[in-house]
Design a protein around this ligand. Structure first.
Ligand SMILES: Cc1cc2nc3c(=O)[nH]c(=O)nc-3n(C[C@H](O)[C@H](O)[C@H](O)COP(=O)(O)OP(=O)(O)OC[C@H]3O[C@@H](n4cnc5c(N)ncnc54)[C@H](O)[C@@H]3O)c2cc1C
Length: 429
C-alpha cells in the first residue's frame, strides 16, 4: 500500500497556532508532511495592544497580521471548528463566509483554539457588558466610547448624563488596568470637543474582587497601578465582586449599585469550548490536559497548546494562559511533531516567565522583571512599548503602530463615530 504524506492540522490562528505552523514550515523537509491551519478569522490579533485600539490610540487594522502573509507553506482554511472526531481522526468545520460544511482528516491534530471571555454566570453580565478579547470587541468599544460622548453631550438630563459618562471596568488584572488607563487618555484628549461635558463629569470606575489590583503579581505592582490610576481620576474599588448587572447599573457584593451605561468585562477567560465533545481529558475549566511534551496521553498524534491547554509545570501547577507562554510552547510542540515523524524522542516544555507588564496611560507603566524585581513609571512604559513593538508580527505593522504612536503625541484622538454596514442593501433579508 502507498504511504500518504502525514497531514498535520492546526486548529486556531492565534499566538500558539501561528507559532506551531511557522516552526513546522522551517523544520519540515519538502514532502515530509502537509500543514493545514484552520481559524475563524484570516488574521492573528496582537492582544496586548487591544486596549489602545479601544481608546483610539491605534488603528484597528494595525494590530492584526494576515495569516496568509505569515505562513507560506501552510494551507489556510477560514472556518469555524464544529467538532472533532478523535476515533475517525477528522474535524468538522463550517466555512466562515459560505456556511458550507466539510470534514477534514488529519494524522496529527494541534488544538490551539485559545480562550474566550467568561462571565462566571454572574446574572446580567453576558447581556449587558462589553468584552475585550477580540478585535471586534475593541472596535465595538471604541465606537461605544465615542457614541456615549455624543449621547451625553445631547442629553439635558443630568442624571442620565452622569450614567452615560460612567464607564465601569470589571477585572483589575493587566487587561482591566490597561483599559482603564487608556480610556482616561481618550477622554483627556477629546472631551474639549464636547461643550456640554465638563471633564470632571467623566468617571472611570475599576472594580476588582481581590483586595488589590494586578492579583498574582508582586503587591508593589498593584499598589503602584492603583496610585497612578487614582491620580488620573480613576475610581478604584477593590475587595468587592460583582453580583449582577442590568441595562442601568452594576451591583457589587457589599451592596453598592453603580449607575453606568457601559460595563467592560475583563474579569476572566475560559478555554475554548470547541473540543468539549471530543472525549479528550479536560480540566474542570475545560482545558485539554496534556503531558509535558504537549501531547494528549493515550491519544497518539493529538496535541494541545496555548490558552486552551493545561500544561504541567515542574512544581505541580500548570503554566498560565499568556501570549508569552503560547509563543514558546508552539515551537516546542512543532519540534515534538517533527521528532515523532522521524522516530525520535520528544522534549518537555520548560519555561520560566520573563515577568508581566501593564501600561497605565500618560507614559507610565509597571513591569515585573526576572527575579521578581519591579520597574515603574516612564522606564517601564518605554520598556512596554519597545518590547511589544518588537514582538508585533510583520515589519509593516511595526511601522504603522510606530506612526500611530507618534501621531498620538501630536494630535487629539479621532472622535468619528463610524456606522459601518457590512452588507449591500440587496443582501439584507
Ligand atoms: C486584551 C488582552 C491583553 C493581553 N495582553 C497580554 C500581554 O500583555 N502579555 C501576554 O503574555 N498575554 C496577554 N494576553 C493573553 C494572550 O492574548 C493569550 O494568552 C494568547 O492570545 C493565547 O494564545 P492562543 O494562541 O492560545 O489563543 P488565541 O491567541 O486566542 O488564538 C486562538 C485562535 O483560535 C481561533 N478560534 C477560536 N475558536 C475557534 C473555532 N471554534 N473555530 C475556528 N477558530 C477558532 C481564534 O479566532 C484565534 O485565532 C492578553 C489578552 C487580552 C484579551
Amino acid at each position: 500500500m502507498r504511504r500518504t504524506t502525514p497531514r498535520i492540522l492546526i486548529l486556531g490562528g492565534g499566538f500558539a497556532g501561528i507559532a506551531v505552523a511557522s516552526r513546522l514550515e522551517r523544520r519540515l523537509r519538502a514532502g515530509e508532511a502537509s500543514i493545514t491551519l484552520l481559524s475563524r478569522e484570516n488574521f492573528s490579533v496582537f492582544t496586548p495592544m487591544l486596549p489602545e485600539v479601544c481608546s483610539g490610540a491605534l488603528e484597528v487594522r494595525h494590530i492584526v497580521t494576515p495569516i496568509r502573509s505569515q505562513l507560506r507553506r501552510t494551507t489556510f482554511v477560514l472556518a469555524d471548528v464544529g467538532g472533532v472526531d478523535i476515533a475517525a481522526r477528522t474535524v468538522q468545520l463550517t466555512h466562515a463566509l459560505t456556511g458550507e460544511r466539510e470534514t477534514l482528516p488529519f494524522d496529527h491534530l494541534v488544538i490551539a483554539l485559545g480562550s474566550e471571555t467568561s462571565t462566571f454566570g454572574v446574572p446580567g453580565v453576558r447581556e449587558h457588558s462589553f468584552a475585550l478579547k477580540t478585535l471586534e470587541d475593541a472596535a465595538l468599544l471604541r465606537n461605544r466610547l465615542v457614541w456615549l460622548l455624543e449621547a451625553a453631550d445631547a442629553t439635558r438630563d443630568a442624571a442620565e448624563r452622569r450614567r452615560l459618562l460612567t464607564i465601569t471596568i470589571v477585572g483589575g488584572g493587566f487587561t482591566g488596568v490597561e483599559t482603564a488607563g487608556e480610556i482616561v487618555e481618550l477622554f483627556a484628549s477629546v472631551v474639549r470637543f464636547y461643550p456640554n461635558i465638563a471633564p470632571s463629569e467623566v468617571r472611570v470606575v475599576l472594580v476588582e474582587a481581590e483586595t488589590a489590583l494586578l492579583p498574582g503579581l508582586p503587591s508593589r505592582m498593584g499598589a503602584y497601578a492603583a496610585r497612578r490610576l487614582a491620580a488620573r481620576g480613576v475610581v478604584v474599588k477593590t475587595g468587592s465582586g460583582v453580583t449582577r448587572a442590568d441595562a442601568q447599573a452594576l451591583e457589587l457584593q457589599h451592596g453598592e449599585r453603580i449607575e453606568t451605561a457601559t460595563i467592560i468585562w475583563s474579569a476572566g477567560v475560559t478555554p475554548s469550548p470547541a473540543v468539549a465533545g471530543a472525549s479528550l481529558p479536560l480540566t474542570k475549566r475545560g482545558a485539554v490536559i496534556v503531558e509535558s511534551d504537549l501531547s494528549v496521553r493515550a491519544h497518539a498524534g493529538i496535541w494541545a497548546v496555548g490558552d486552551c491547554a493545561a500544561i504541567p509545570e515542574e512544581d505541580g501547577g500548570v503554566y498560565p494562559p499568556t501570549a508569552q507562554h503560547a509563543i514558546r510552547e508552539g515551537p516546542l510542540l512543532a519540534d515534538n511533531i517533527v521528532a515523532v515523524l522521524r522516530g525520535r524522542p520528544t522534549r518537555p516544555f520548560r519555561f520560566r516567565s520573563l515577568g508581566m507588564m501593564a501600561s497605565l496611560g500618560a507614559r507610565k507603566a509597571v513591569a515585573q522583571l526576572p527575579g521578581n524585581r519591579v520597574l515603574t513609571g516612564f522606564p517601564a512604559w518605554f520598556l512596554w512599548r519597545t518590547y511589544y513593538l518588537l514582538r508585533l508580527p510583520g515589519l509593516d505593522r511595526k511601522v504603522r503602530v510606530a506612526f500611530d504612536w507618534t501621531l498620538d503625541m501630536v494630535f487629539p484622538r479621532d472622535v468619528a463615530e463610524l456606522r459601518v454596514y457590512r452588507r449591500l442593501p440587496s443582501e439584507v433579508p
